[in-house]
Every structure is written in structure tokens, then in C-alpha cells.
Design a protein around this ligand. Structure first.
Ligand SMILES: [Zn+2]
Length: 374
């Protein structure tokens, strides 16, 4: 994540840059402000800027050096992510137990939608916390962690969810840090942070986005300008809320892009690219790939319904409609039944734990044969 990847917040970026450039980075820095304003993205960009070995003249990380590449892949050696999780029965519960899930979550929801985090934890009623075992683990890792760069950085998401005993463990670290350790904390509700921790942080307030900024963020994500504006008017500066309101969950957008890829590549008979496509879809994981199949079947049906020319039948958003208006002639009476059956078969195979890479490649090859049938 580079500063340039984050919309607006130029004042905050400038302050962070100055802290890093002056070499006087506080040992405990808190970014506080409302949810859905991009605070965690700013913290990630700051960590990357700190570690980058080839900063650009305009004050950003380069995005290319080994440190930047590690950051982009969420595996920078001197960076630790700490975040609230749910207890696993009978086991010490560490953030690291959820590392893969968190990595996917950050990638998909850079605005850190807490509701989505609950979904990712597979428990929408949970009250995830940062447990004492995590405090011990941080102490251990910061003591023994190998080091590549001058600063070790702990990116701590939601310090308001630190258990009191965890906070007590961390207090020593925050108070008299050993080595060059930086705690970057990001809070949606800093009044709920334990005062012992809060009082020891330096603070930067990240203001909520204006409606125009929220709309711009949505547009950059491929959402139609008018839908983006409408959503922004209700979302009160919260990008996550706006995304939900725009009716284009980021998942839906991703599925849409994958669907468009499939149809374009199948029409162009690009077999090698479709092989890569099937790997990408398989990498979504089992549940999401079944959702994706349902999504494809729905778009195929909707495309067919477009022949009937009745807009009331359609449940498409703007991006989907723009594509379908051109695409619908390719779905016709000769192929619609077989096409839908393809997706049904694929769904059954995935549900039955078949090898997803093979299932999706097979599906893609069959789409090649069906798409030109008229
Ligand atoms: Zn770099």
C-alpha cells in the first residue's frame, strides 16, 4: 500500500512523511477517527514508507524494492499484524492463528469493514478481542524477531479491543520500547481504549471523508458515478457503508470482473489465459467459488431475459447492465439451457470437493464451445 493508493487525506500523509523523514517516529502512534475513513490503509502505507529503501522524490514508498514487495504481499519480515480474534476452544488464541484470513480480509476490504471481519471469522455475533496470549506473543516476537530494517513495526488494529491483561502486557513495550519498535495503532473508537494505553500514545486524527470524497473512492472502485453519489449522500463519510449501499459489494465487483474475463477469453478462445483464470477462481476458496458460480448463472439468466426487453425483470447494477447490454446477444435459445447447466454441474462438483482448478478449467473450455453457438 502506497500513500498514492489512498484517496485524499493529504494532511495526514504529510505529517506521517515528516515523522519518518525526521527520524523521530513516536514509539506508539495512534490514528483515530471514524470507521470507514481509510485509517488502516494509511497506517499500512506509513509502515511501507518507513521500510522502503528507495523512497520517491514526491514522498512515497517506491512500490518496487524488496521491502515494498514484502509489504504488498503482507509478509514483511519486520512487520507484525495484531488484531481482534475469537477464542478457539481450549487453545491460546493469537492473531497469527488467523493470519491467512486477515491477509485476505485486508486485501479485499482495505477500509477494514468490521462487519466483514466478523463474517471472515465465521461468527457474526462474536465480540472479537485481543487476548492476553497475543500480548505474550508480541513480547516474544519483538524480542527474538529477526530484523532486516531499522524499525520493527506492529500494526495494531482496534486497540479498543485489547483485554485489560493484554494491555498490561503491552504497557511496558509502549512505555519503554526496546530497540526501534513502533506501535501503529488504528482505532475507530478511541474513547474506549484503556486510559493507560491511550495516554501513552501520540495521536493523529483522521477526519471522515466528505461525501464527494466517498463518491470518488467508490468511482475509483468501478462503481457508476450516479450510484456512487447516491450512496455517498447516505453513508456519512463511511466508505464501507457506502459500498454496501451502492449495492456493489466488493465481492460482487470481483465476481463481475471474473465473469467478464471468462466470457471475453472464451469468445477469443484464449485457452492459456483461461487456464490462469481457472487458477484465480479456484484460489477464491470453496465457499466464495460457489457464490461465484451462482453469480455467473444469474448473469447468464439475466442476459437471456434481456431478449424479452423487460427492464423490470433485471436486477443488475450499473456496471453489470453496461456489460450485459452488449453481451446479451451471445446468450440465446440455442445455448442458454446448456450454459446454465454448466454452472449447475460445476457447483455440484465443487460442493462435492472436486479439484476446483480442474472444475473451473473444464467449465471454461465448455464455455468456449457454447459461446459461439447461435
Ligand atoms: Zn520501496
Amino acid at each position: 500500500m502506497r500513500f498514492a493508493d489512498i484517496y485524499g487525506h493529504n494532511d495526514v500523509k504529510q505529517r506521517l512523511r515528516e515523522l519518518a523523514d525526521s527520524g523521530r517516529i513516536p514509539h506508539a502512534l495512534l490514528l483515530e477517527g471514524p470507521a470507514g475513513a481509510g485509517k488502516f490503509a494509511l497506517a499500512r502505507a506509513f509502515a511501507q514508507y518507513i521500510h522502503c529503501t528507495d523512497r520517491t522524490p514526491d514522498g512515497d514508498s517506491c512500490g518496487k524494492c524488496p521491502a515494498c514487495r514484502q509489504h504488498e504481499a503482507f509478509n514483511h519480515i519486520d512487520t507484525v499484524y495484531s488484531f481482534p480474534v475469537v477464542k478457539k476452544s481450549g487453545k491460546p488464541t493469537l492473531s497469527d492463528d488467523y493470519a491467512d484470513i486477515f491477509r485476505d480480509f485486508m486485501g479485499e476490504y482495505p477500509y477494514m469493514d468490521f462487519d466483514r471481519w466478523l463474517v471472515a471469522l465465521d461468527n457474526i455475533n462474536a465480540q472479537p478481542m485481543i487476548y492476553v496470549e497475543e500480548g505474550n506473543e508480541l513480547l516474544r516476537r519483538l524480542t527474538y524477531m529477526a530484523r532486516q530494517s531499522r524499525f520493527k513495526v506492529v500494526l495494531l488494529w482496534l486497540p479498543e479491543r485489547l483485554k485489560e491483561e493484554t494491555a498490561n502486557k503491552l504497557l511496558k513495550l509502549v512505555e519503554e520500547p526496546f530497540g526501534d519498535t513502533i506501535f501503529l495503532m488504528v482505532s475507530n473508537n478511541s474513547r474506549a481504549i484503556l486510559p493507560t494505553i491511550y495516554s501513552r500514545t501520540q495521536r493523529i486524527t483522521v477526519r471522515r471523508y466528505t461525501d464527494a470524497e466517498v463518491a470518488a473512492v467508490l468511482e475509483n472502485r468501478g462503481i457508476d458515478p450516479s450510484a456512487a453519489r447516491d450512496a455517498a449522500l447516505i453513508a456519512q463519510g463511511n466508505v464501507n457503508e457506502a459500498l454496501k449501499l451502492a449495492g456493489v459489494s466488493e465481492e460482487r465487483l470481483r465476481y463481475f470482473q471474473l465473469f467478464v474475463d471468462l466470457m471475453r477469453k472464451a469468445y477469443g478462445r484464449k485457452v492459456a489465459e483461461l487456464r490462469q483464470w481457472s487458477l484465480d477462481v479456484a484460489a477464491l476458496g470453496r465457499e466464495p467459488s460457489m457464490q461465484f458460480i451462482d453469480y455467473c448463472a444469474r448473469l447468464v439468466r439475466e442476459s437471456f431475459l434481456m431478449h424479452l426487453n423487460d427492464p423490470r425483470l433485471l436486477t443488475l447494477n450499473d456496471a453489470e447492465r453496461a456489460f450485459t447490454v452488449k453481451f446479451f446477444p451471445f446468450i440465446n435459445e440455442k445455448n442458454v439451457i446448456d450454459m446454465v447447466a454448466l454452472f449447475d454441474d460445476a457447483r455440484r462438483d465443487i460442493a462435492g470437493n472436486a479439484n476446483a482448478k480442474i472444475v473451473f478449467f473444464d467449465l471454461a473450455v465448455r464455455v468456449i464451445m457454447l459461446i459461439r453457438r447461435k
